[in-house]
Design a protein around this ligand. Structure first.
Ligand code: YYY
Ligand code: MG
Length: 141
């Protein structure tokens, strides 16, 4: 299996619940390494750019409003099969449908306030990691 990188965001709801460490523990316990991290208050332009693929969707404005409602914790995760592994740790987009023991089942409130973001493909992961981190901010481990 290939060593991959993926982009993860702890969203404002989970930062507000003070569970960054508990979510990081899920990543590290699954063998994913945090190779870059920053806390940030996103601007509207940053949130809109990040979620540009969803700009025609009915939930886009609410999604952007939510993503700028408080600071987020952004990290690049590295490990074997990191993209899929992170998606499995996250659980389904709607926490009501997320498998027991996943991050969203345990920490998310609703489909819009759903605790975490994770890249959905290796291609998008490269784009999303580069959206938030310069190469010099990522540490090989
Ligand atoms: O990748 P993932 O976050 O699981 O879901 P996406 O389908 O990419 O949607 C991105 C984001 O948009 C989702 O995490 C919450 C929000 N959203 C929503 O509020 N309502 C929907 N019906 C679908 C998505
Ligand atoms: Mg997605």
């Amino acid at each position: 299996m290939a060593i991959e990188r993926t982009l993860s965001i702890v969203k404002p709801d989970a930062v507000g619940k003070n569970v960054i460490g508990k979510i990081y523990d899920r990543f590290e316990s699954a063998g994913l390494k945090i190779v870059a991290a920053k806390m940030k208050q996103l601007s509207r332009a940053e949130a809109e750019g990040f979620y540009a693929v969803h700009k025609e969707r009915p939930f886009f404005k609410d999604l952007v409003d939510f993503m700028v409602s408080g600071p987020v914790m952004i990290q690049a995760l590295e490990g074997e099969n990191a993209v899929l592994k992170n998606r499995e740790l996250m659980g389904a987009t709607d926490p009501k449908k997320a498998e027991a023991g996943t991050i969203r089942a345990d920490f998310a409130d609703s489909i819009d306030a759903n605790a975490v973001h994770g890249s959905d493909s290796v291609e998008n992961a490269a784009i999303e990691v580069a959206y938030f981190f310069a190469a010099s901010e990522i540490s090989a481990r």
